[in-house]
Ligand binder design. Structure first.
Ligand code: ARG
Length: 573
């Protein structure tokens, strides 16, 4: 199954071929002037160049062929040679019937038999999770769900920061304090910032931390034991946060898991002459002839032999290739790390850590700012903990439910569950609806509103459709299996047929915001449809059944899209 536009591209492409023109030029897309036509094909212009003819003449030849096709209600030439198209109601209805019968609503499983590893979340051990990890988690988890829906075998890896100098800072701090036995999360929350501040202020203290890091990385049993203990409690805290967010990981690996792969990898890269000594450090030159900016070498080992962020990332690639043989590895990380990833990908390719056809993608994201335009902070100017942020969201969602007089006659537990779903929908949708790379303003007030382009608005629309369908059922009315489309039904019907296009676009560019736009448009189209058409009160039985089927299909697709975005719709509101 495909989208309607893709189907039409096939038909128009054939017409191009019949005229001795390349079929690809027959690509049809949804019209950006729905007042003039439903679809358009702009290929006559490019075809004119190929055939060295006037575009209008080419378009006329095509129109002659297409006008005889039963698919089209209207085939017209506009301007210099644009072809405007409307499909017949029967064609649209038949297409929608096939969409309705397909549990994937026409979305193709293009990822079948392919494995993708998604690296997102990236929290650091010992530091409390903060809003900086929110975007990585929300966008990464959504991309995982989207790719899974597209048929990929997906592996989400949290890739914790658990192996760098902060580990040595903590271990040396425990030594200084003579701390014996396990540490608690609260102790850790105090120990780490203190140690980090001391190290920053005092080079000898920093040396201690570095030495401790090296000792840990070299496998000291006592340090390993202590490290394991505080890693485990940190993970517990992280899990609670990620559970609260509804963000899932298949693997709980970290930088440390790359350790066993590093020494053999370094040896091999040295043997190949790819890793070379430079001022005592072992580096890989990653420059390319056509570079327009400077590319510093990737540092594999520091002069003291300690491993770096880039080293563990290189080792992690080796681990991932050996354990999963992935077709793609996607990194959902702060945009500010783009240079690191460019260096990493170049070095990995140069060292042949991955086969040439393995895709390595950096899906970077922008900064989350506060309403003052500066990186988001608490009111007191500190780092906002993730759990506090979620709690704030839930509180606001409850207030919003009160304001809108929603979810009133239900018990407290149910209401709390709805408030949580509304809060998460607000936070996730506000994040995902932005172009991934751009910064965005975290504005709790705006994002929790039941009006406008927000998560709560979409939940509200989905719940409203659901209750309409329930009401119909209670009246003994059911959705039909055929569509009998009236003019007022068509904008919604056409939009329902677009889902595969938006899905494909999202998959190609790793852009959940495209699906967010679609969900919003769908909710709006439903709203107009609901305002303009009789549904339960429609007297023509076939039209009523068709409209109920449109409602059911809208509900199904809205819930489906929200689900791949990681947003859950409550049963009622
Ligand atoms: N822990 C890192 C940070 O907080 C993010 C890790 C991203 N993933 C990776 N493979 N480097 O910045």
């Amino acid at each position: 199954m495909t989208s309607l536009a893709q189907k039409l591209s096939g038909i128009v492409g054939k017409a191009f071929e019949e005229q001795g023109l390349p079929a690809e030029l027959g690509a049809v897309r949804v019209s950006d002037r729905p007042d003039l036509c439903q679809f358009q094909c702009n290929g006559a212009m490019a075809a004119a160049k190929v055939a060295k003819k006037n575009p209008r003449e080419i378009a006329e030849g095509l129109v002659d062929v297409l006008a005889n096709d039963e698919t089209f209600e209207k085939v017209e030439i506009a301007g210099p040679g644009f072809i405007n198209l409307d499909v017949t109601d029967a064609f649209l209805a038949a297409h929608l019937e096939s969409v309705k019968a397909d549990e994937r609503a026409g979305v193709a499983d293009t990822g079948k038999d392919q494995t993708v590893i998604l690296d997102y979340g990236g929290p650091n051990i010992a530091k409390p999770m903060h809003v900086g990890h929110l975007r990585a988690s929300i966008i990464g988890d959504s991309l995982r769900r989207i790719m899974k829906f597209a048929g990929y075998n997906t592996i989400g890896d949290v890739h914790m920061g658990d192996w760098g100098t902060p580990m040595g800072m903590i271990l040396s701090e425990l030594d200084i304090r003579g701390h014996e036995g396990p540490v608690t999360m609260e102790e850790l929350a105090e120990i780490y910032p203190k140690a980090a501040a001391d190290c920053k202020a005092d080079e000898t203290r920093m040396e201690q931390a570095r030495a401790a890091t090296k000792k840990l990385q070299d496998g000291d049993p006592e340090y390993t034991k202590r490290w394991r203990q505080f890693i485990d409690i940190s993970i517990e805290g992280m899990k609670a946060n990620f559970d609260a967010l509804g963000v899932h990981f298949d693997e709980w690996k970290g930088e440390a898991d790359a350790h066993p792969f590093i020494a053999p990898m370094v040896e091999a890269l040295k043997d190949k002459g790819i890793a070379v000594l430079d001022d005592g450090a072992l580096v890989i030159d990653v420059t390319q002839e056509d570079d327009k900016k400077e590319f510093p070498p990737l540092i594999l080992l520091k002069s003291d032999g300690a491993v770096m962020y880039s080293t563990t990332d290189m080792g992690t690639i080796v681990d991932r290739v050996e354990s999963h043989d992935p077709d793609k590895i996607i990194y959902v990380v702060d945009q500010r790390q783009s240079l690191h990833f460019e260096q990493l990908f170049r070095a990995a390719r140069k060292g042949a850590l991955v086969k040439d056809d393995v895709e390595l993608t950096f899906a970077g994201f922008g900064t989350m700012n506060g309403t003052d335009g500066k990186p988001f902070k608490t009111r007191a100017g500190g780092v906002m903990r993730l759990e506090d942020l979620i709690a704030m969201g839930v509180e606001k969602a409850e207030a919003r439910l009160n304001e809108a007089e929603l979810a009133t006659d239900i018990d407290e537990a149910e209401r709390a569950d709805i408030a949580k779903k509304v809060a998460l929908a607000a936070i996730k949708f506000a994040d995902l609806q932005n172009q991934r790379q751009s910064d965005y303003v975290f504005d709790l007030d705006r994002m929790t509103s039941f009006e406008g382009k927000t998560g709560p608005y979409l939940l509200y629309q989905a719940v409203r459709i659901q209750s309409l369908l329930k009401k119909a059922e209670a009246q003994g009315l059911s959705a039909g299996s055929e569509f009998v489309l009236q003019d007022a039904d068509k904008p919604l019907a056409l939009l329902l047929a677009e889902l595969p296009d938006h899905f494909e676009n999202t998959l190609k560019n790793y852009t959940p915001h495209v699906l967010c736009d679609y969900a919003y448009k769908l909710a709006q189209a439903f709203s107009s449809f609901y305002g303009n058409c009789h549904i339960l009160s429609e007297e023509d039985e076939a039209v009523r059944a068709s409209r109920l089927a449109l409602c059911a299909q809208t509900h199904c697709q809205l819930v489906m899209v929200l689900k791949v975005l990681g947003i859950e719709v409550p049963a009622s509101m």
